[in-house]
Design a protein around this ligand. Structure first.
Ligand SMILES: *Cc1c(COP(=O)(O)O)cnc(C)c1O
Length: 400
């Protein structure tokens, strides 16, 4: 069966160049980078090269990069490490209602531990009002955490403007840039961020590796205690192969951001157009233009996202409803909830996230197969068949 993978915001395939580059680190170059002998030395150089590659992509110094095990670890480290390090300065965090669970759940944990958190609302397009941000700042605020790009809608947030506000008030600024790095230009200098989180498996490196940028002079209480790795900032023997892979994936991404993602955006736009031309009563979730080039999130009135996914899966098309972490539960997405998308429409949301390997044939196949799937599901849906001509009181969906 044909296999079309349109779930790259959940995870990506390891790029072939990356796979080839990391295999020696499971074979001949197996040393522990903390060892002083030949086996260790051979590996230390590779890690430092990867550090330079990651730093180059986001425009910082290699010494400001700390390798982690994943994006979630980076977010935990940024939030908990900041609040602990700055506990004499304040106890208030400002974040948004649309962050990834790695940030939201960590904030929930910190609230239980006695810290105060403000969750900024978003509008119907999922965007922030920066006046709300300014208004939320108090003299106890020590951290602002806003994601660079949203994993569900692809929305891009005005990070540079938020960075300016944070800088003006002397507040530390963290951005979860897991979805942005490698897809859009990310520059920690122009954006004024102090902490920025990257995950390998979202940009063609293996799962189980990530990095956090920590601006020079930014005090962070370590999250993992043990050995002296990463200059005491993160203990634990390095995931050498993963780190090498992350470095190369960053270098490759830096070379192709305009070229490849321009092409991906054209394909995404083609998919969007194709779906909107062929299916009625649908809604785009997210900002029409301020969005990642690869993400398309659409709600199909009257039917369930899970049904759409299962039917697409039978045709070999892999997509997602909401985020991978929440699909499988009947909870509608917290992101669409924050955008006040009607519950029934939130339940019917489907996310297509393209990758650098997506082809025009893949997209045309989806445009051909999706409309009959939607029609078949709607034909079986009591909501669709209730005969309403105006806004129906009973099923409260859309006008038909
Ligand atoms: C995937 C993702 C994470 C978590 O990264 P892991 O490496 O899977 O832990 C965090 N934030 C965003 C926006 C993500 O998309």
């Amino acid at each position: 069966m044909r296999q079309i993978y349109l779930d790259n915001n959940a995870t990506t395939r390891v790029r072939p160049e990356v796979l080839e580059a990391i295999l020696p680190f499971y074979k001949e170059q197996f040393g522990n980078p903390s060892s002083v002998h030949w086996a260790g030395r051979a590996v230390t150089g590779a890690i430092e090269k990867a550090r330079e590659q990651v730093a180059a992509l986001i425009n910082c110094s290699p010494a400001e990069i700390v390798f982690t095990s994943c994006g979630s670890e980076g977010d935990n480290m940024a939030l908990k490490g900041t609040m602990e390090a700055l506990q004499n300065k304040g106890d208030h965090i400002i974040t948004t209602t649309v962050e990834h669970p790695a940030v939201l759940e960590t904030c929930g944990y910190l609230e239980k531990a006695g810290y105060a958190v403000t969750y900024l609302p978003v509008d119907a397009d999922g965007m922030l009002n920066l006046a709300d941000l300014e208004a939320a700042i108090t003299d106890r605020t020590v951290l602002i955490s806003v994601m660079w790009a949203n994993n569900e809608t692809g929305n891009l947030y005005p990070i540079a403007e938020i960075g300016k506000i944070a800088r003006k008030h002397g507040i530390r600024f963290h951005s979860d840039a897991v979805q942005a790095v490698g897809k859009v230009p990310v520059d920690v200098q122009t954006a004024n961020v102090d902490l920025l989180v990257i995950s390998g498996h979202k940009l063609g490196a293996p799962k189980g590796v990530g990095a956090i940028y920590i601006r020079r002079g930014t005090k962070l209480t370590p999250f993992m205690h043990g050995g002296h790795q990463e200059r005491h900032r993160r203990a634990g023997t390095h995931n050498v192969a993963g780190i090498v892979g992350l470095g190369l994936a960053c270098e490759l991404a830096g070379k192709e951001i305009d070229l490849v993602w321009g092409r991906v955006k054209e394909l995404r736009d083609r998919l969007e157009q194709g779906i909107f031309d062929n299916v009625s009563e649908i809604k785009l979730n997210g900002h029409p233009t301020e969005r990642l080039p690869n993400t398309l999130n659409v709600s199909f009135a009257y039917i369930e996202g899970e049904g759409i996914l299962l039917n697409l899966d039978m045709l070999g098309i892999a997509a997602s409803s909401g985020s991978a972490c929440t699909s499988g539960s009947l909870e509608p997405s917290h992101v669409l909830g924050a955008m006040c998308v009607e519950v029934s429409l939130a339940h019917s949301s489907t996310r297509f996230s393209l990758g650098t390997d997506t082809t025009p044939e893949d997209i045309d196949y989806v445009i051909e197969k999706l409309p009959p799937v939607i029609q078949r599901l709607r034909d079986m849906s009591p909501l669709y068949n209730c005969g309403h001509t105006d806004r129906c009181e009973t099923c409260s969906v859309l006008t038909k």
